[in-house]
Write a protein that binds this ligand. Structure first.
Ligand SMILES: NC(=O)c1ccc[n+]([C@@H]2O[C@H](COP(=O)([O-])OP(=O)(O)OC[C@H]3O[C@@H](n4cnc5c(N)ncnc54)[C@H](OP(=O)(O)O)[C@@H]3O)[C@@H](O)[C@H]2O)c1
Length: 300
């Protein structure tokens, strides 16, 4: 069998980097990469090599590349930024996935498009499975939902993989921000009434490659198991980093009084990895185990 060819877009972001790392290593913390993707030919692109908002460039690049699969890791992920620059968010989160979907369909490739819990209402304490009603409250969530809909409509072989509270080795994320704050502050305030499952991007990348061994196209939720709040997450980060910074809980209401321009954040971001469980099994670790291992093996 000939070697499979994989295109990564947005490859310099958190998920894109972790996907490249596990492909190069042949394994993630969860385990070895299974099947034909373990030794695939990887073409990693970010905006300089392939701007996914450029419809013609995407079609040309994908057609010429003859890819078996595309994993789109690019997005406008700055939630407040999407609110103030709706047009940019729409282009990158909604129109660009449509470009990728059309291009993938034209060569019969599989498209993995990564999405977010922000497409849901975020007001239900129960873990949300893939059939939960979508009702985004932010420009980020609304544009990501439009991207999902375009992918499902335009590309027959699609996986939409929703995640939440993502962190990785590279880039801006909560773990790095807390470590930096903890080094320079004795005390910080962190929101205590928003719930979710911190998810290591390397584990998500592993599940994406595992899904690519199947033809179970559709929508998947994929976060680490268990749930917590930002302040508990922050305390564990401080403890792992050996920092004595005190984490003082504040409510969302108190936080938004101090930061009136911030976009609303969901109180409940807990996803149920039901489709994953039913298709390939849910290999995602508990968020705390994954965090401890990540921090023990990563220089932040
Ligand atoms: N971060 C989270 O907590 C979180 C939570 C839920 C879901 N997600 C989803 O998970 C996915 C991965 O997120 P992430 O945190 O890894 O994202 P990220 O770190 O923000 O990376 C996105 C990458 O896309 C690149 N990019 C920007 N515009 C582009 C364009 N026109 N063409 C090609 N690439 C472009 C960015 O480059 P520049 O940096 O140069 O702009 C960046 O390297 C996204 O779909 C996101 O919506 C993330």
């Amino acid at each position: 069998m000939s070697m499979k060819k994989l295109l990564i877009t947005g490859a310099n972001g958190q998920l894109g980097r972790e996907l490249q790392t596990i492909l190069a290593a042949g394994h993630a913390p969860i385990g070895p990469i299974d099947g034909s993707w373990a030794d695939c030919d990887v073409v990693a692109t970010d905006v300089d090599e392939l701007d996914i908002t450029d419809t013609q460039a995407v079609m040309d690049f994908v057609s010429a590349g003859g890819f078996d699969a595309i994993v789109n890791c690019a997005a406008a992920t700055n939630v407040d930024g999407c609110e103030t620059n709706h047009e940019f968010a729409q282009r990158l989160n909604a129109e660009a996935p449509a470009n990728l979907a059309r291009a993938a369909a034209a060569i019969d490739a599989v498209l993995v498009h990564v999405s977010t819990d922000y497409v849901l209402a975020g007001d239900d304490p129960m873990p949300q499975a893939e059939d939960a009603a979508c009702a985004p409250n932010t420009a980020y969530g609304a544009t990501k939902l439009a991207g999902e809909q375009a992918v499902a409509e335009l590309c027959p072989k699609y996986f939409i993989v929703r995640t939440a509270w993502l962190y990785g080795t590279e880039g801006k994320n909560f773990v790095r921000t807390m470590v930096n704050l903890g080094k320079s502050h004795d005390r910080i305030t962190v929101v205590c009434d928003q719930h979710g499952s911190p998810t290591f991007a390397g584990d998500l990348a592993w599940e994406i490659l595992a899904l690519l061994n199947t033809q179970g196209y559709g929508i998947y939720h994929c976060t680490a198991n268990g749930a917590t709040t930002w302040d508990v997450f922050a305390r564990r980060i401080m403890a792992n980093a050996g920092l004595s910074c005190e984490v003082v809980p504040v409510t969302t209401e108190e936080y938004s009084q101090q930061n009136p321009t911030a976009a609303p954040r969901p109180a409940w971001s807990i996803l149920d990895n039901k489709h994953l469980r039913d298709t390939i099994g849910d290999h995602m670790p508990s968020w705390d185990v994954a965090l401890d291992e990540f921090m023990a093996t990563t220089t932040l």
